[in-house]
Ligand binder design. Structure first.
Ligand code: SF4
Length: 918
């Protein structure tokens, strides 16, 4: 369609386009042409999608419809969905057979089928002929829906064409142009006939560009294929800045996140995903995200759920760290402290009303009460609690006076807005001024709240849970695509790309499985759709339609690239061929590199780049003593960057609270009980004099004591679960005592849990040894209780995975001026009790040949540890911070990936960093 011709059209013309993105594009072209012709004001044709066109007709013909059918209100798709939901919920309550129904999904499926029936003139009587339980139920719901709408004087968008057909519909245009339509429904055809009878000229248009070049490419993987498309678009823009490029990804709705990430890496590698998302870019996606996928809206929805009072600590943490919540950004430091404190208490859930008191406890425990900011935060939390209780009070009052705890939708809208205002919620972060995308997002949220208030047309009021469920559901059903200055690169699915005239169109995903088999409708039999010519009516209809659309798509560009990937990813064994539509084309094999480097303009330039290796942080400030104890040595040994980030930069993650008893709780219980046991027994001799049943009685009484006095300060839920674990604990400890009893050299437990202070290589640290045993032969050994996996190899290599025990050996020897004879993990595990030791022979088991080898190793390692540990201390104090993990397993238990970027380094190095280090 020629832009010049487009600019000659006036308001007597309506252009109907199949997608909103094409409407936007046509409007942009129209404006460009008028401006190029020197006009600043012009009379424009209406450019609309079909639904908006129908709504325009509704406004014009409203009075006429009312005069023939009585007063009517047109309801939106969201309102219609709520009516379907009410009907399906009611039938689920009435019929036991429907108990397992997912109401929301079913309502959406029914709404889709209802629309299809109207678009393709499928009569309920035809559906009834099938006598299938699902379709029979569907027809019952249809009946209820129609009655409900009729009773309330409502009409929905699906019914509108038929209603307009029944009157002498006033179509306020003299010309109607259908642009890039490949599929016109029966309802649309009927309307066009009606328009023609009224003397309106109806025209059909579609772009038909002449093909200058057409390339066919094949790639090893989908990632290669998409990356190549993005890089081709980038190079095209760099060489010819006025170009327009369309990249088509047929299954974009399923892989948009991956494509977005690749696009960011190609065009904006230095920006974060959020920065890219919240700005206008050189490329845009024609598929928007649903509202609840936008982080700011997700935050608003999470804040609203706090009104229910009960909140999980995980959700609360998310909000306390959230950059869209003004209150938390203003009190960033206090919120961080509070969040960490909450997690340390290992709560799973808290009541929102208890937050101010919990924060007061946190302040007292952490001595932050002097800070005025902390007092301010506490006061603001109390205000929020008061506000929440007011809402609850209003609901309780309704319950008392009217018998139900529900508010009108308008009242909920006001409460939700006030609540978000009190939290200082906004769509931009506090340290930013609001940009266009954030402004549009805010406006869309306000519009959503208005739509929510509009639900009053179909339902008078709702309780809190229902209101929250509805607003969340509406946010999930609403796609938001910000308007932006026209981007020269558009990434879209097939249908959204059709009609966009561009210089270069890159169509990816043309493998043998394209097009996918059409999806059957949930309630309308395929045979009825096939009869009407709908693409979902069978594979043949579907393929024919898909190929027709493809031809149309290719005709929109002067230059065309069609590609497919031979496999979905590198691990896939399935080799793909081209789609049937391109079976005769010669596809040239290509292998695109996996990153933008290599052929970017920078890399191609003559400038010689200087490599820079950044492995050195700031040295430790001499006046302060590093905090972290033996952990500093462990982290430095496992990965220098981890030690630097954790102890110098204070990057600390918190474990999420787990429901019930977690491994840490179980370990603490066993540890505590063994400590109590040896406090009583003192020596192996006492233990050996005790018959097994007496040992069991002793263990049982100690468990009872621990539970009775809640010595581990567990919450009521955990305490209850621990009670249930009493028999397991009893068995575990009695079995463990049997192993202690069998040790060959008699011993006494001479120390338990004694706090000490040591110093290695200039790092002073506090430490507590679980237990020190002294054998009758005068040999002392250090014992550490473990309930998880342990491995002797952790002490045998020069890179110590677990330097804690070697550290204790050196510190204790220095203090006592007498050498320790060994170290051991006491591995207390059901069915696998053992000592994992490195020691002189004969202490933990009878001396045999392998034990002599261990003795040799003990002497060997004992002699090198002072130098190894001193070097670790020196490296730490010097700020040595290279990313050098011992192995990948260490990274699996570390949360610093985003900072150290080890995965990128691994890709760059093509191998484990640890290998290189070794
Ligand atoms: S993720 Fe691995 S490389 Fe990164 S800091 Fe942690 S241990 Fe080191």
């Amino acid at each position: 369609m020629d832009d010049n011709w487009l600019s000659k059209l006036d308001k007597t013309t309506v252009i109907v386009a199949p997608t909103r993105s094409l409407v936007t594009s046509l409007n942009e072209r129209l404006a460009r042409q008028h401006l190029a012709d020197g006009r600043s004001v012009w009379e424009a044709p209406s450019i609309l999608v079909w639904n908006d066109y129908l709504r325009a007709l509704w406004q014009t013909n409203r009075k006429q419809l009312a005069s023939t059918q009585g007063a009517l209100s047109l309801i939106s798709a969201q309102q219609s969905l709520l009516v379907w939901t009410q009907i399906i919920e009611q039938s689920r309550r009435d019929e036991q057979a429907l108990t397992l129904l997912n109401v929301q999904q079913t309502a959406r499926a029914v709404q889709r089928s209802w629309r299809l029936m109207h678009d393709w003139n499928v009569a309920p009587e035809s559906i009834a002929q099938d006598h299938v339980a699902d379709t029979e139920q569907f027809l019952v719901w249809l009946d209820d829906y129609q009655q409900k709408l009729q009773k309330r004087g409502l009409i929905d968008e699906s019914m509108l064409v038929a209603a307009l057909h029944q009157i002498d519909c006033d179509i306020p245009y003299s010309q109607m142009i259908w642009v890039s339509y490949d599929l016109i429904t029966d309802a649309q055809k009927a309307h066009l006939e009606q328009a023609k009878i009224q003397g309106i000229s109806v025209d059909y248009q579609r772009p038909t560009k002449s093909c200058r070049t057409q390339d066919f490419l094949q790639f090893p993987t989908v990632q290669n294929e998409i990356l190549s498309a993005l890089k081709t678009a980038r190079h095209r823009l760099e060489s010819s800045p006025d170009s327009h490029v369309s990249i088509v990804v047929p299954d974009l709705q399923h892989r948009q996140a991956a494509v977005e990430e690749l696009a960011r890496s190609v065009f904006y590698p230095d920006l974060s995903p959020l920065q890219v998302q919240q700005n206008s870019n050189i490329y845009r996606f024609s598929l928007g995200l649903t509202l609840h996928e936008w982080p700011a809206i997700e935050t608003a929805l999470s804040l609203l759920t706090l009104i229910k009072n009960r909140v999980s600590v995980t959700d609360l943490s998310y909000l306390l760290r959230n950059q869209f919540v003004g209150l938390c950004v203003m009190h960033r430091e206090e919120c961080r402290v509070f969040e960490r404190w909450l997690k340390r208490q290992r709560f799973h859930q808290v009541m929102f009303d208890h937050l101010p008191d919990l924060y007061a406890q946190c302040k007292a425990a952490l001595s932050v009460h002097q800070r005025p900011q902390a007092d301010l935060l506490e006061a603001q939390l109390r205000d929020l609690v008061a506000q929440r209780q007011l809402i609850q009070g209003a609901l309780a009052e309704k319950k008392q006076t009217l018998g139900y705890a529900a508010l009108e939708f308008g009242a909920w809208t006001a409460e939700f807005s006030n609540w978000l205002r009190s939290w200082g919620w906004q769509t931009s972060t506090l340290d930013q001024t609001m940009n266009s995308v954030q402004y549009q997002l805010h406006q869309r949220w306000i519009a959503l709240l208005e739509e929510f208030a509009g639900l009053a047309t179909v339902q008078h009021r709702a309780g809190l849970s229902r209101a929250l469920e509805l607003i969340q559901q509406m946010a999930r059903n609403t796609v938001f695509l910000p308007k932006s200055a026209a981007s020269p690169i558009v990434i879209s699915g097939v249908l959204e790309a059709v009609g966009h005239e561009v210089d270069l169109c890159i169509v990816t995903g043309m493998h043998q499985d394209y097009p996918p088999a059409p999806k059957a409708d949930a309630f309308i039999p395929a045979r009825l759709l096939a009869d009407s010519g709908h693409p979902s009516g069978g594979t043949r209809n579907g393929s024919q339609h898909a190929f027709q659309v493809l031809d149309h798509l290719l005709e929109c560009a002067d230059e065309r690239i069609v590609s497919f990937a031979r496999s979905a990813d590198q691990d896939s064994d399935i080799e793909m061929g081209p789609a049937a539509r391109f079976r005769d084309a010669m596809f040239v094999a290509k292998a695109a590199p996996l990153s933008i480097e290599g052929d970017s303009p920078v890399a191609q330039s003559e400038v010689e780049l200087e490599p820079f290796v950044d492995v050195q942080g700031l040295p430790w400030r001499a006046a302060l003593s590093p905090k972290g104890g033996s952990r500093i040595f462990e982290n430095q040994s496992q990965c220098a960057f981890k030690a630097y980030a954790t102890h110098q930069l204070q990057c600390q993650s918190q474990d999420d609270a787990e429901f019930g008893l977690d491994n840490l709780d179980r370990g603490n219980v066993v540890h505590h009980l063994l400590d109590k046991l040896w406090a009583q027994l003192q020596t192996q001799r006492t233990l050996n004099q005790m018959p097994v049943d007496e040992r069991a009685r002793l263990v049982a009484s100690l468990i009872e004591q621990v539970l009775e006095n809640n010595e581990l300060e567990l919450n009521a839920e955990k305490l209850q679960l621990l009670r249930l674990e009493t028999p397991r604990l009893l068995r575990l400890l009695v079995e463990w005592l049997a192993l202690e009893s069998a040790r060959p050299e008699p011993f006494s437990v001479v120390e338990r849990e004694q706090p000490r202070r040591g110093n290695i290589g200039g790092i002073a640290f506090d430490y507590i040894i679980d237990r020190v045993d002294l054998t009758d032969a005068g040999r002392s050994v250090i014992i550490d209780y473990k309930t998880g996996n342990v491995n002797r190899n952790d002490w045998l290599e020069d890179r110590l995975r677990s330097p804690q025990m070697p550290l204790y050996v050196l510190a204790l020897d220095a203090e006592k001026e007498k050498q320790t004879s060994g170290i051991a993990f006491a591995s207390v595990r059901q069915g696998d009790h053992k000592f994992v030791e490195l020691s002189e022979t004969g202490i933990f088991r009878e001396a045999k040949k392998p034990q002599n080898d261990l003795q040799q190793k003990w002497q060997e390692r004992r002699s090198v540890w002072p130098q190894l540990l001193t070097q670790l201390a020196a490296d730490f104090l010097a700020g040595q911070a290279s990313v050098n993990p011992i192995d990948e397993q260490v990274c699996n238990y570390c949360d610093l990936h985003a900072i150290c970027r080890v995965s990128q380094l691994r890709i760059a190095a093509g191998k484990l960093l640890g290998d290189a280090d070794d």
